[in-house]
Design a protein around this ligand. Structure first.
Ligand SMILES: Nc1ncnc2c1ncn2[C@@H]1O[C@H](COP(=O)(O)OP(=O)(O)O)[C@@H](O)[C@H]1O
Ligand SMILES: [Mg+2]
Length: 308
């Protein structure tokens, strides 16, 4: 494996009983990259991460993380990676400081090193709450920041963040992403799962998972041009009160793609006379203009598997 790769996965499958949670996926992540993992619930994202963190053995395939192949044993990998699990892992009845020092003791970090790293991380994330605050008394966004701090106390090269911003406010999400970018600037590799398309846009590359398989993997802009080579039309209805009826348009044979987008719609037309005609007709009820597709458009089209 090239020294430039933080993660290298070849033909990985994870089978529970007879169920393939992950089916024959291959991909790699460069050192220092912000790599996004998208997909509906149950797609296999968390299962993949658990394998990459050495928490779950692969059923088949080869996995190399931070230069360590899993044949060498799982424990070695745990010191090289940080893992912020999708499940909330802080102790509510302990203070921020107690949570962090507990993690440090599990990680066998000596006290002096712990204090130095803790203060560096907290300074780095501009954390300004008293460390004796009980976790149960802090907001969801702050908890996520503390959980991030906990996952990087041992100074890992690669950080796996599994839905780190689920259920927090937009402002807290933005702050969290500023931290992710800072970590990447420090040459940490970030592997992050999210359901938020604005977050996916901030990844250098994203992989889209469906039913255990990776169905697309590229930069956000390449995904858009590959999936929608002719762009997308945005339709802004002159009359915004009858949108529910408009959804029936979806079935129109001259349309390739038609999805609500707030009060507007995103559409592509068949490249034929019928498509042209419909486009002209719709021009009477909508302001029509061509736009760059969003990742949400890409996601809907690929995941619904209508066409690609
Ligand atoms: N330990 C397990 N035993 C059996 N099935 C599992 C186990 N862990 C996950 N699964 C199943 O594998 C699939 C993928 O789950 P998961 O990786 O958690 O998806 P995601 O993180 O994308 O939501 C789901 O159908 C889930 O129910
Ligand atoms: Mg998950």
């Amino acid at each position: 494996m090239s020294a430039e790769l933080a993660v290298d996965v070849k033909n990985l499958s994870v089978v529970f009983d007879t169920f393939y949670a992950v089916r024959n996926i291959s991909f790699s992540v460069r050192r220092g990259e912000i790599f996004g993992f998208l997909g509906a619930n149950g797609a296999g994202k968390t299962t993949t991460i658990r394998v990459l963190c050495g928490l779950l053995p692969p059923s088949s395939g080869e996995v190399t993380v931070a230069g360590i192949g899993f044949a060498k044993g799982e424990m070695a990998i745990k010191t090289k990676v940080g893992y912020m699990s999708q499940k909330f892992t802080l102790y509510e009845d302990l203070s921020i400081e107690e949570n962090l020092s507990f993690i440090a003791s599990l990680r066998k970090i000596d006290h002096k090193t712990y204090l130095r790293r803790r203060d560096k991380i907290l300074h780095f994330i501009a954390f300004n709450l008293p460390l004796n605050s009980l976790v149960k008394n802090i907001s969801g966004g702050i908890k996520q920041q503390v959980a991030l701090a906990a996952s990087i106390l041992h100074d890992p090269d690669i950080v796996f963040l599994d839905e780190p911003t689920a259920g927090v406010t937009p402002a807290a999400r933005a702050r969290f992403w500023a931290l992710i970018r800072q970590l990447a600037d420090e040459k940490k590799t970030i592997f992050v799962t999210t359901h938020y398309m604005d977050e996916a846009e901030q990844c250098e590359r994203v992989a889209l998972m469906r039913s255990g398989e990776i169905i697309a993997l590229d930069t956000p802009s390449h995904l858009k041009t590959q999936v929608f080579p002719h762009g997308v039309y945005e339709l802004d209805p002159h009359n915004k009160t009858h949108n529910s009826k408009l959804l029936e348009l979806r079935k129109h044979p001259a349309l390739d793609f038609f999805e609500p987008y707030g009060l507007r719609f995103h559409a592509t037309f068949k490249d034929n006379a019928a498509g042209q005609k419909l486009q002209e007709e719709l021009g009477q009820s909508f302001a029509l203009h061509k736009i760059t597709p969003t990742l949400e458009d890409v996601f809907i089209r690929l995941v619904e598997g209508t066409q690609s």
